[in-house]
Design a protein around this ligand. Sequence first.
Ligand SMILES: *Cc1c(COP(=O)(O)O)cnc(C)c1O
Length: 396
Amino acid sequence: MTERKQKYHPRTQLVHGGTTRSQFGELSEAMYLTQGFAYDSAEQAEARFISCPDNEFIYARYGNPTVRMFEDRIAMLEGAEAAFATASGMAAVNAALTAPLKAGDHVVAAKALFGSCLYILEDILPRFGVEVTFVDGTDLGAWEKALRADTKIVFFESVANPTLEMIDVEAVCKLAHDVNATVVVDNVFATPVLSRMLERGADVVVYSATKHIDGQGRCLGGVILGSREFVRGTCETYLKHTGGSMSPFNAWVMLKGLETMDLRVRAQADNAMQIASALQGHEKLETVIYPGLADHPQHDLCKAQMQAGGTVIALVLKGGQAEAFRMLNALDIVTISNNLGDAKSLVTHPSTTTHQRLSDEQRAELGIGDGLVRLSIGLEDAGDLIQDLKNALSAV
Ligand SMILES: *Cc1c(COP(=O)(O)O)cnc(C)c1O
């Protein structure tokens, strides 16, 4: 069944891809809530431990039929040979970076990163003798200068959180491949609906499934996609022995989330475009940052690399923290929360929450000022959201 569905378009794959059925022929994907698997004989157990085929299982930390359906479905969407589902987005990022590296290796990463990704690169990897060079991800010259013959991994977010800087994925991959480095992309903000990284030259793509894949704020999850060798060899071996696997229950939620992800992400991006346009030039705002707007510094790259501007908008208020807090506290529909990609529109003040850990200098360098507000646009009526945001801005 997996093979047969490969030829269909993404929206068909998101509904049917990877489905396997038990002897009962259940229509909706079954949730195999089991840690272990019973063997017919001692010989069968022995054989499975020697070599376990894709459709046979040993223990849920290694693999589970519901988790495998989720992995196969998202692998088809992304056009990847293999996928491994993880307990959270950070388990995926950690494994994709830690599993292939050893002391003495060199990594080049963009410096505009999700706080926990930055922690792995800045604090954990150097403790084990890995050298990490950070660059301004939008500066191709800086990538070229930082890459070396011993660079093993290149890491970046295709659209950075929360400043929505975009990276020229094809150009950076080309530079990285010139030194034989493996390119690992965190594609959470761009989503697999709007931009597929492997098609653009990346070797590995990681997602926090917690965001758009679930899309309704229920479960944590993550996934690593890439070649069979990297995912099933390097990462799976590391993850199955260190405990970062996804639970079957969460995999079932994510599997059902994939069925509607294309519709949700496109509707959310459409809402975001309407809202960004409506707020542009507002008297209380310094700028509206949204890759879909013509005045975004990388709007041309957005058009080339993404099918829409995404589901996140950054607003820079005139003033600072006091003005931002007044706006957040005056919102009625848009809820204060640091999640994103949810059906509910959410707002966060990065400098006092998600990026609080950074030094003042780091925040200044990344453009995360006290007036910056991040909006994750949901599925509500765009007119209601625009009215809510305008009301809140008038309270500033
Ligand atoms: C949320 C997020 C993560 C981490 O995902 P979790 O599921 O919360 O562990 C990593 N990268 C980016 C860009 C994110 O937005």
